[in-house]
Design a protein around this ligand. Structure first.
Ligand code: 5GP
Ligand code: SF4
Ligand code: MG
Length: 465
């Protein structure tokens, strides 16, 4: 999901809408904005679909007055997956004994079921299927006297990955979980403060990037300025390495590193680890493009746009049903026949999950007359589901969970298939000596199976042992 919040700007909602538009790649199912206005209090608009279709008309934006606001773009990983209803669209808001609050969450809470069960036993009525709602109920039951204290109290009880925004009648709060699995950055425009999932959302409104919110940090912004506290037990950070591979936009900078540059260097690593004689390097656009450029630069094999993407179709994998996903690839990508015919092609993509995309692309490219097809994948085999806010299917649907690299090559039906090594990936994101096996510098559970936070709910539901 994507988050954007602003405090202290006229027309806050317009900033939020622009920020969410820049973050649309993080969630395309729905979006919501809550603002606060001195005279009108909290204002809420939530809609299914794209920001550009929902938060551009004067009629809608007039419903969102105020100098502060937060917004969320949704991509379902829990709850009503694939059939989002308005009830599940964030921000969630409520009136606590100490004042009104709206909250928005990127990530996934791994013990939400347990907490929800306890809360229901004690009388809470849940309105949504979202894990995030539990935090609002925990805040409602807390005995602390301020909203930041209640939020801390609630977040100390939950486990998993969370970047949170909270809007109150007189402030804006941002929090990252102690491992800092999901991103959150701080920016400034004029006298206003901004919190956003990625720096590309600061760029779109012309705001200045100040710094990342730190893992485990809570920042509280109000008319007196910004305060920082560290409410959790300190832990070694484990940022999601997959944000560098796929999830973030390539023009964002996370943890001081350019996402584009990380991706390009993954391609360089791939060219070193898995060279091949070929005529062209092509990307599966858009997510494979920077790595394909890196592969081409390092190997000296020319880069060409062998596959063309229709710009008007969103990310395939985010559209949730199998049927739509299958249709999606053809709607979205087409082979540039004129340049592919008779060529030995290196095809670079960011990841293989179910293998659906790779199979389709291989068919299309052989159909167009390619002589050889060599797949190069800019991440290690995805053999484990993510429980921290990226929607991967159950383990048995992941190609790499039951097949070796060789078996996957046969299954997909290409001349060769190679994945970047985990060490190569770490080098590409700036860890010169690779992955520290004793203390891995990132979360890489979808590749290694080493989950930095125990996925309690999933174990309970039998979705993993
Ligand atoms: P596949 O077709 O193998 O199931 O999915 C791989 C394609 O989906 C890649 O082109 C990649 O860009 C995209 N993708 C990237 N990350 C994910 C993810 O976490 N889950 C899913 N389902 N697809 C992803
Ligand atoms: Fe990121 Fe993978 Fe960890 Fe999920 S399991 S947080 S996608 S690295
Ligand atoms: Mg892709």
């Amino acid at each position: 999901c994507g988050l954007f919040g602003i405090y202290g700007a006229g027309d806050a909602a317009n900033f939020v809408a622009l920020g969410l538009h820049a973050l649309q790649h993080r969630g395309q199912e729905a979006g919501g904005i809550v603002t606060h206005d001195e005279s009108r209090g909290f204002n809420v608009v939530k809609k299914l679909g794209y920001v550009r279709d929902n938060f551009t008309s004067a009629e809608t934006m007039e419903q969102l007055p105020g100098r502060s606001g937060i917004g969320h773009v949704r991509y379902s990983t829990t709850g009503s997956k694939g059939h989002t209803t308005l009830r599940d669209v964030q921000p969630f808001h409520g009136d606590l004994a100490v004042g009104g609050v709206a909250i928005a969450h990127n990530g996934n809470l791994t013990n939400a079921l347990q907490i929800k069960r306890e809360l229901i036993e004690r009388g809470s009525l849940f309105h949504t299927t979202s894990d995030t709602e539990a935090v609002l109920h925990l805040m409602a039951r807390s005995f602390h006297r301020t909203i930041p204290e209640r939020l801390k109290d609630a977040l100390r009880r939950v486990e998993g990955a969370f970047s949170f925004l909270a809007l109150t009648s007189d402030g804006l709060i941002g929090v990252r979980d102690p491992l800092g699995v999901r991103p959150l950055v701080l920016g400034r425009i004029g006298d206003a403060w901004i919190l956003a999932s990625e720096t590309c959302a600061l760029d779109i409104v012309g705001a200045e990037f100040i710094r990342d919110v730190l893992p485990g940090e809570m920042v509280t912004i109000d008319d007196t300025g910004l305060r920082s506290t560290m409410p959790f037990e300190p832990q070694r950070p484990r940022f999601c390495i997959f944000e560098h591979v796929y999830f973030s936009r390539p023009d964002s900078v996370i943890g001081g590193a350019s996402v584009y540059e990380s991706r390009r260097r993954i391609g360089v690593e791939l060219a070193r680890e898995a060279p091949v004689e070929a005529d062209l390097v092509c990307a599966v656009p858009d997510s494979g493009t920077p790595a394909a450029i890196g592969y081409s630069q390092e190997s000296g094999i020319p880069f060409a746009m062998g596959i063309i993407r229709n710009q008007y179709v969103g990310r395939t994998f985010i559209e949730p049903t199998e049927q739509i996903r299958n249709m999606g690839v053809r709607l979205k990508l087409n082979v540039n026949r004129a340049i592919i015919r008779g060529k030995r092609v290196v095809l670079v993509d960011d990841s293989v999950v179910r293998g659906t995309t790779s199979m389709k692309i291989k068919d299309m490219i052989l159909d167009a007359g390619a002589r050889e097809v060599h797949f190069r994948i800019a991440s290690p085999p995805t053999a484990w589901p993510c429980f921290y806010g990226v929607d991967t299917p159950d383990k048995d649907k992941l190609l790499a969970s039951s097949m070796s690299e060789e078996e996957m090559r046969d299954h997909i039906g290409v001349d060769s298939l190679r994945f970047v090594s985990l060490d190569g990936l770490y080098r590409a994101v700036g860890e010169e000596t690779g992955r520290d096996p004793e203390r891995p510098q990132y979360c890489d559970a979808c590749f290694s199976g080493e989950y930095p936070v125990q996925p309690s709910d999933m174990i309970e539901m039998g979705r993993i042992s």
